[in-house]
Write a protein that binds this ligand. Structure first.
Ligand code: IPD
Ligand code: CA
Length: 245
C-alpha cells in the first residue's frame, strides 16, 4: 500500500479510537504542565499510530507529541489529539493530525475530526480536500476577515497581546477555538481567513500548513526541516492571511 492510502486508513482508524475514548472519558484531567492537559486518549492513540507505522514502514522515523522521536530519514509527525483541552472538557473540537515529511519537506498531511467526520487531506503539488471536495482559501479583505490567534504558555503574555493588537489594528475579528491543526484546516477550507500563533510545535502545524499551501494560501516556510521540526516555531508571523499565493 502506498503512503497516501495508508495515511487515509490510519487517520480514520485513529480518529475512531479517539472518539471511543471521548465518549467514555472520565471527569477531570491530568496536566503535563500549567495549561497543558494530557488524557489517557492522547497516549493510547499515539501508541496505536506508532505501532501501525512501525509495522507498515519499519525504516521510517516517527515524531509524536507524547512519545518523542525515533530514527529514520522520512518522518511521520503525529499529534494523536490536538485540542486536548477541548477533548477533556467535552467540547467536540479536536482532531488527529499526521504529516509525512520526506527530505525535510512535508509530502502528505491529514487532519481528522472524528466528532464531525471531517477528513482533511493534502498531498504536496496535488491539492487539498475535505471529504473528497477540493479546498480553497478565502479571499475576504482584511476589514471582514476572521483570524484565529493560537495561544500557549510557551509564549510570553506581552508577545501574545502585541500579536492580538496587531490583528485587531488590521481590522480582523480575532477568534480562538483551541486546536491549532483544525485552525489551519479551517483556513484551507475558507471558514476563517488566517491562523497565527507565535510558537507551534511541528505535530500541531505541519499537516495544516501543507493544507493551507495546497489550498492556495501562504504560510511560513521551513517548519519541516532541521531544528524547527523538533523545536517548533511561528505559524504565520505576519498577517499575510488575505493574500493568495
Ligand atoms: C495545543 C493546541 C492549541 C495551540 C497550542 C497547542 P494540544 O495543542 O493546538 O490550540 O494553541 O499551541 O500546543 O495541547 O491541544 O495538543
Ligand atoms: Ca497538539
Amino acid at each position: 500500500m502506498g503512503h497516501a492510502l495508508f495515511l487515509h486508513t490510519l487517520i480514520r482508524d485513529a480518529g475512531g479510537l479517539a472518539l471511543q475514548h471521548f465518549n467514555s472519558r472520565p471527569a477531570g484531567f491530568a496536566l503535563k504542565g500549567p495549561q497543558d492537559p494530557v488524557t489517557e486518549a492522547d497516549l493510547a492513540v499515539e501508541q496505536f499510530i506508532r505501532s501501525r507505522v512501525a509495522a507498515a514502514f519499519p525504516d521510517d522515523g516517527f515524531l509524536g507529541e507524547e512519545s518523542g522521536a525515533s530514527g529514520g530519514e522520512n518522518v511521520w509527525v503525529v499529534d494523536p489529539i490536538d485540542g486536548t483541552d477541548n477533548f477533556a472538557r467535552g467540547i467536540p473540537h479536536f482532531c488527529v493530525s499526521i504529516a509525512y515529511v520526506v527530505n525535510g519537506q512535508t509530502r502528505l498531511g491529514a487532519i481528522f475530526n472524528p466528532c464531525t467526520s471531517e477528513l482533511y487531506l493534502a498531498e504536496k503539488g496535488r491539492g487539498a480536500t475535505k471529504n473528497g471536495l477540493r479546498l480553497a482559501v478565502s479571499e475576504n479583505p482584511p476589514a471582514c476577515s476572521a483570524v484565529e490567534l493560537g495561544w500557549s504558555s510557551r509564549v510570553s503574555r506581552s508577545a501574545y497581546t502585541a500579536a492580538l493588537h496587531r490583528l485587531l489594528d488590521a481590522g480582523a475579528n480575532v477568534r480562538r477555538h483551541g486546536s491549532g491543526a483544525l485552525g489551519l484546516a479551517w483556513v484551507a477550507e475558507g471558514r476563517t481567513d488566517g491562523y497565527a500563533e507565535l510558537h507551534m510545535n511541528s505535530w500541531d502545524a505541519l499537516a495544516g500548513l501543507l493544507m493551507v499551501r495546497e489550498a492556495g494560501g501562504v504560510t511560513t516556510e521551513g517548519a519541516d526541516s532541521g531544528e524547527r521540526l523538533f523545536k517548533g516555531g511561528p505559524s504565520l508571523p505576519q498577517t499575510c492571511f488575505w493574500h493568495r499565493s
